[in-house]
Design a protein around this ligand. Sequence first.
Ligand code: PEP
Ligand code: MN
Length: 361
Amino acid sequence: MDNNRIHELRERLDGINGELLKLLSERASIGIEIGEIKKSEGLPFHDPVRENEMLDRLAARNEGPFEDAVIRHLFKEIFKATLQLQQPAGKPQLLVSRKSKTEDTIIRIKGTAIGGSDSVLVAGPCSVESAEQVMEVAASLKRAGVPVIRGGAFKPRTSPYDFQGLGFEGLVMLKEAADEFGLLTISEIVDPRHLERAADYVDIIQIGARNMHNFELLKAAGDMRKPVLLKRGLAATLDEFLHAAEYIVSRGNSEVMLIERGIRTYEKWTRNTLDISAVPILKQQSHLPVLVDVSHSTGRKEIMAPCAKAALAAGADGIMVEVHPNPPAALSDADQQLDIGEFEQFVREVKASGLYRQSVP
Ligand code: PEP
Ligand code: MN
C-alpha cells in the first residue's frame, strides 16, 4: 500500500520536473532574447538591481515550506545560468588573457626585447647606496652581458627604522651608471605622485610585491606609457596577480611584465617559496612576459642558479637576481645578495645551461 503511494507521488514529481524543465527552457529563451537586445544596445548583461527586485518579489510571494533564503538561493542559480547563456564566455575576457591576444607580448626597449625569442637577465643591488656602488655593479653587468640594471631607491622596508633608500638621488645614480655602460634601468616606485618624475630615470617601473594590491598605484602606472614590472604579492593568488596586471593594461599601458618572486608559506628554509608552477600557468593564461626573481623567492645564494634554470625550463622569459660589491655591508638584503664573483659565476652557469635563449651569444 505504502509502496503504491510512493510510486504515485514519484510519478507526480516526475511530471512536475517535466513542467519545471519546460518553464526553465522557456525562461532561458526569453533570457537569450533579452541578452541579444542588451548586446545590440551595448548594455551590461548583469543587472544586479533588477535581480534583487525579482528575488524580493519571489520572497514576498513565498508561502513555504521552503524558507525565503532557500528560494532566493535557488532562483539566484537560475539567474546565474541565464546570464551565462547571454554571455557564453562567462565573465568578460581580461585584456591580459591569452584568450584576448594569442601572440606573446614583446616589450622592446632601446634594442632589448623582453618576452620574445631571447631570455633576459635583470641584476643589480637591492638598494642603490652610492654612485660608486652602482657604477661597480653596472660594470660587472656589462662584462657579464646583462642588459638591465635594477636598484631600489624607494625601499618598502618592514621597519621604519631601516634604510629607506636614497629616493630620487638614488635614481640619478642608477641612471648615470646605466648610461655609462649602455644598460636599461629598473627601479621600484611606491608613490603614484613619483611616477612621472621617475620616468626620466627608469626604463621600467617596478611595482613591488607589497604594492601589488595598491590599486591607485596600479591605475597611475596604467596611465603612464612606460613598461612596468609587476611583482606577485606576498600572498597573492595567480588570479589576483593577473587582475592586478589588468588594472594597468586596462588603462592603456600594455607593456607589463609579470614576475614571480616567491610566496609566503610555512617553509622556513627559503625566504619565500618559489612557486615554479606559476610560470607555465601564467604563460598559458597570459600573453605577458613572465620573469622569476631568484633572490627574493629563495633568499639563498647556493640555490639561485638551479632555481633560475628551473624557471627557464618552465618557460620564464627572464631572471632577476641581486648583486652587491660587498654584500655583508649592504644596507638591505645583505644575506641574499651575490658578490660580483658569485654573480659572474651565476650568469656563466645560467647561460651555459642551454636553457637561456640567446640569439647573439
Ligand atoms: C625588490 O625587488 O627590491 C623588492 C623589494 O622585492 P619584492 O617587492 O618582491 O619584495
Ligand atoms: Mn631586495
